[in-house]
Design a protein around this ligand. Structure first.
Ligand code: ADP
Ligand code: MG
Length: 697
């Protein structure tokens, strides 16, 4: 099969629908997908029949409602198409009702108090805007997941609501600007995904990786990432074979995997797809993470998606490239050749700036997880302070608007390589800034603070809603202005927004301490850790935003806040308990074996000759014994603290206790342990070291 034939071959996409569905049914379904109209049951019935036939033709025996509960991963329950007949045979059946609605037990998924076990009913509802596909002989139907009361229990429902909110607000603004052709605006996302590949056999021997996804102990290898020789380095055959199969599997599923390369850290890689409508991009990213793990297993690898699997080398993130597109195909964040004259672009640009300035706290919240706390602000990923990088040209344009000056276009400069055989081309007018959490990159914004394991849903819910709100403010100011004075009024609105929100624009180095100071002076939010930022979810200003745009109800917000807290606490609880187990079962016994071996050596030496020097052995015994005592004592304390945590009831207080006390204790143990690990004989260590994990793939 060629790539073109292979691509989307397992997707119930537009072409398949067009071929399989009666014309009127196809039209009705298209209308639902394009204009978010309600879908009638007779249409659903016809689609179900076509879908089943297509799925069975392609080897499917089962179907599943595929959804995204608040666990962060996806969930599925498989039903076969078979229906027994009276003569003892079976036929393959699938109805419109089964397509549009499923009834999983909601009580076993996190609900933050919305669902109690005694009222377990939950529903999954077909999302026709994300195409169904076949995986493992099963027809996967993307669905939203909600409680009996209609409250969302998943990550898709609020995302769809936020896209609806942005659509409404953006379309109104465009029409008020005189762009009456446009009747809809959608947001687009291209998530770049980083990951690590390590050997499966090594992985199995590391209890920390198995239980927590990250190493809790491990001395630094002699070589890390300091030689910069992995980034964009040539792919090793084993890795290349993996990436090749990954691409093919993703293409079959209609995921437009485009770019792949080695990342900065050893064993670290990246995959980026071509961008898509946000809803589809979110589903595809979930699918990508799943397929990454599955294909890794086939190649004898384990794919690590944790944000910080190894200390001392870069962790993994996810860059959320985001923009807005009209139904006439115009990218609203494309500045064009003369951005200073492109009023429409400037309106949408200032709306994004205002949104980020007003809701930077929610943006920080949307990327807050226990794993991501290890990256943000650690000079490998953006700082925890959310600011915007615009680049020189746009910053200058905004300055001239603010000061009522005339903008002088930055001249395009030819790239001088000094070698005449090389092709000549123009440089971009702005360099890149890798330290910024939210950077303008030509015709889109790149939100760079996401951790690699995160569903991209949350950050986009915040972006869409915050920008919708900013657009509403603009709309209120221009809606009643007549055509003659419109341009002047818009100019005034933009200028006003720039003055108020320019404090969030920062083009400098976000990794410096000066920036932390400067950001504080500017009054920007800075929430270093997850427990610090979670409570902003239930602050009045933020609740109002979500309620106004009907993205969350109050009980949905409160339940999600609970879920986030619980998730954080459980994560660190598991990490702490895993560390205790490794220390008691593996590390301390290995250390005592080490001490024993030196004692044995000393005893033998002494037996050989009373006059031989014992200095080295005694020094070693002292050093190892000190470390042993220290780790032993700290482990006891850690166990005691885990007990204290288990008795605490207030989840927020508990989160702070985990963050400050327990993580602190784990770090203290790690420092001592990592120091001695490098001096212990390898055969005593029951698990592979960093050197083996990172440099032998
Ligand atoms: P980088 O240089 O940041 O690593 P990549 O080419 O790896 O860039 O990734 C850029 C991502 O941005 C791709 O997924 C691409 O499809 C996406 N992208 C491009 N244009 C848009 C847009 N208008 N909206 C959303 N995402 C976009
Ligand atoms: Mg990027």
């Amino acid at each position: 099969m060629t790539v073109v034939e292979n691509y989307g071959s397992l997707v119930f996409n537009d072409l398949v629908m067009k071929n399989k569905l009666p014309k009127d049914i196809y039209k009705a379904l298209r209308k639902t997908i394009d204009n978010n109209t309600h879908l009638e049951l007779d249409v659903a019935n016809a689609v179900a029949v076509a879908m089943k036939e297509w799925a069975v033709d392609n080897g499917a025996t089962h179907y599943t409602h595929w959804f995204q509960p608040m666990t962060g991963t996806t969930a599925e329950k498989h039903d076969s198409f078979i229906s027994p007949t009276s003569d003892g045979e079976v036929i393959m059946e699938f109805s419109g009702k089964e397509l549009v609605k499923g009834e999983p037990d909601a009580s076993s998924f996190p609900s933050g108090g919305i669902r109690a076990t005694f009222e377990a009913r939950g529903y999954t509802a077909w999302d026709p805007t994300s195409p169904a596909f076949i995986k493992d002989q099963t027809l996967y139907i993307p669905t939203a997941f909600c409680a009996y009361s209609g409250e969302a229990l998943d990550k898709k429902t609020p995302l769809l609501r936020s896209m609806q909110a942005l659509n409404k607000s953006a379309t109104r603004v465009l029409q008020a600007l005189g762009n009456t052709e446009v009747t809809g605006v959608t947001t687009t996302v291209g998530p770049e995904q980083e990951y690590f590949l390590i050997d499966k056999e090594d992985y199995k021997k590391r209890m920390d990786l198995v239980f927590t996804g990250r190493t809790l102990l491990g001395a630094r290898p002699p070589k890390g990432q300091e030689m910069d020789d992995h980034y964009f380095g040539s792919l090793k055959p084993r890795v290349s074979a993996y990436m090749h199969e990954l691409d093919e599997e993703l293409w079959k599923l209609g995921v437009p995997a485009k770019t792949k390369h080695n990342e900065v850290a050893p064993c670290q890689h990246e995959l980026a797809p071509v961008f898509d409508t946000t809803n589809v991009a979110v589903d595809h990213n979930q699918l990508t993470m799943e397929v990454m793990k599955k294909v890794a297993d086939k190649h004898g690898f384990v794919c690590l998606l944790h944000e910080k699997p190894f200390e001392g080398i870069n962790g993994s993130g996810k860059h959320n490239n985001w923009s807005m597109t009209t139904n006439t195909g115009v990218n609203l964040l494309d500045p064009g050749k003369t951005p200073d004259e492109n009023i429409q672009f400037l309106v949408f640009l200032t709306a994004v700036i205002a949104a980020v300035d007003n809701y930077a706290d929610l943006m920080r919240l949307s990327v807050a997880t226990a794993g991501n706390d290890h990256r943000l602000g650690a000079n490998e990923a953006p700082p925890a302070i959310i600011s915007i990088f615009l680049g020189d040209e746009l910053t200058d344009i905004l300055k001239t608007i603010e000061k009522d000056q005339f903008f002088e276009k930055h001249a395009k400069v030819q790239l001088e390589t000094g070698a005449t055989v090389l092709p000549h081309f123009f440089k971009d007018t702005t360099d890149r800034n890798r330290t910024s959490p939210f950077a303008f990159t030509g015709n889109k914004f790149e939100f760079r603070s996401l951790g690699s394991a995160l569903s991209v849903s949350g950050p986009n819910v915040v972006l869409n809603t915050a920008v919708a709100e900013a657009l509403d403010h603009i709309y209120e100011k221009i809606k009643d202005v007549d055509a003659d004075s419109l341009e002047e009024k818009v100019h005034e609105v933009i200028k006003d927004a720039i003055i108020r929100h320019k404090k969030v624009i920062f083009n400098g180095n976000g990794y410096t301490d000066e920036w932390i100071e400067e950001a504080k002076k500017r009054g920007l939010y800075n929430y270093p850790s997850t427990p610090d930022v979670l409570p902003v979810f239930i602050e009045e200003k933020n609740m109002e935003l979500f309620l106004k745009h009907q993205v969350f109800t109050e009980s949905e917000i409160r339940s999600r806040y609970e879920i986030l807290l619980e998730e954080y606490n459980k994560t660190i609880h598991i990490e702490a308990k895993t560390l205790v187990e490794i220390l008691n079962h593996q590390f301390l016994p290995a250390l005592s074996k080490t001490i024993d071996s030196v004692v044995t050596l000393a005893t033998k030496k002494k037996a050989l000759s009373e006059t031989l020097s014992m200095k080295t052995e005694l020094d070693e015994i002292e050093k190892f014994s000190k470390a042993y005592d220290s780790i032993y004592e700290s482990t006891l304390k850690l166990e005691e603290e885990i007990g204290q945590a288990e008795a605490m009831e207030d989840e927020l207080k508990l989160a702070h206790f985990y963050q400050e006390t327990i993580l602190g204790r784990m770090e203290e143990i790690r420092q001592v342990a990592d120091c001695v690990e490098g001096k212990m004989p390898k055969e005593f260590l029951p698990y592979p070291t960093y050197s083996e994990l990172l440099f032998y793939v």
